[in-house]
Design a protein around this ligand. Structure first.
Ligand code: MG
Length: 386
């Protein structure tokens, strides 16, 4: 029986994770759940999974939760300190971090420092401070298994072999606008962006997938996770989302991992690694699919991917700044304050205004994050006022 805490339990990955736990009641026990503000959904999860602890991020939401909660003895924690307390619980062996955005970094670091294994869906932890996090993982001898489907694929293809790798490739669906020119996208609405053709995902990642910023963040994530040079990480557009990642080895062999686009599959892999469990998930049928296509992405068409590669090469706090500016720009787009095509402009202008620094500590990275948010906010206001 593995005791787990799940951060971000009411989001898309969190709900899929609990669906996996539901399938294996004798394998996984939920010790703690955390949400930002979705207290109604949290109350239902508490009823079903009976954790001893919950943590709630948004101020005021904990009060609302207390009125909904019917479980006596449940401890209700709050804010960032609540997340830290959760990941440090002595009875917990595995922390599933499915928080969205830079807010996931501190819990990741705290979990590793407390010697917990980590199933990581929060890619920002590695985008912002990958070098630092991976150093800690090595020092503490803990296990970090990615939940992101592409990284899960690479992890499976590598199976621990790193010396004989020539190159890795992450695939991207291309999102709902694949094949449409940038100029045609001025007027797309949040509803159109949120309608992802294949994956069922949260709102920020839907926007980031439509402009491939998400793939750029995943390149940074892969760089640290697998300790591989940026120039050896490729991206291919693959709209069917069946092959999630490929590893090219030095002997000319390429291994690819395939599965139906269902996040429960990589989640189960991360939760159970190094074991492989018998699960009720269907295999993909290549005969039914018939054709799989792959195409090199055009960086003119996807300026966000170009910006992400540039930020990755610059290193230091630049990836953190890019991510923070993107969190601000995406929220502004979802609130209809700016156009979809304003997002790359705001990212580029933000980076031009920010001084790159070394990413030596969590504090320096979070300071860069705060600074970039302020700059991006100003740029958003300027766009709104035009
Ligand atoms: Mg992914």
């Amino acid at each position: 029986m593995k005791n787990i805490v799940l951060l971000g339990s009411t989001g898309s990955i969190g709900r899929s994770c609990l669906a996996v736990v539901r399938e294996f009641p004798s394998r996984f026990k939920v010790a703690g759940l955390a949400t930002w503000s979705h207290v109604e959904a949290l109350a239902e999860q508490v009823e079903e999974f009976r954790p001893d602890f919950v943590s709630i991020g948004q101020e005021g939401a904990a009060e609302r939760f207390r009125r909904l909660n019917s479980r006596p003895g449940l401890e209700v924690l709050q804010g960032e300190s609540g997340l830290v307390e959760l990941v440090r619980l002595p009875e917990v062996r595995l922390v599933v971090n499915a928080l969205v955005g830079a807010a996931g970094l501190v819990p990741t670091v705290e979990a590793v420092c407390a010697g917990k294994d980590l199933a990581l869906a929060n890619k920002e932890s590695l985008v912002l401070a990958g070098e630092l996090v991976m150093k800690l993982v090595k020092e503490r001898g803990t296990q970090l298994v990615p939940i992101d489907s592409e990284h899960s694929a690479i992890h499976q293809c590598l199976a621990g072999r790193t010396a004989s790798v020539r190159r890795i490739v992450l695939t991207a669906s291309g999102g709902p606008f694949n094949g449409r020119r940038m100029g045609e996208l001025e007027t797309v609405t949040p509803e159109e962006v949120l309608r992802h053709p294949v994956w069922d995902m949260g709102s920020r990642i839907c926007v980031d997938s439509a402009n491939l910023l998400n793939k750029g963040l995943e390149v940074m994530e892969a760089r640290w996770l697998f300790d591989i040079a940026l120039r050896n990480i490729g991206v291919l557009l693959h709209p069917q989302c069946i092959v999630h990642g490929l590893v090219e080895f030095t002997d000319g062999t390429t291994l690819a991992q395939m599965s139906r686009p269902d996040m429960k599959i990589p989640i189960l892999y991360a939760l159970s690694h190094p074991e492989q469990l018998v699960a009720p998930f269907e295999s993909c049928s290549l005969a039914e699919l018939g054709t799989l296509t792959f195409e090199e992405p055009d960086l003119e068409q996807y300026p966000c991917l170009r910006l992400a590669y540039e930020a990755a090469r610059a290193g230091g706090t630049v990836p953190a700044s890019l991510n923070a500016a993107d969190e601000v720009a995406v929220e502004a787009f979802l609130k209809r304050r700016i156009a979809f095509t304003d997002i790359p402009r705001i990212l580029e202008d933000s980076l031009e205004r920010l001084e790159p620094r070394q990413a030596g500590s969590v504090e320096s990275v979070m300071a860069a994050d705060g600074e970039a948010r302020a700059v991006a906010e100003k740029l958003v206001s300027k766009v709104c006022g035009r």
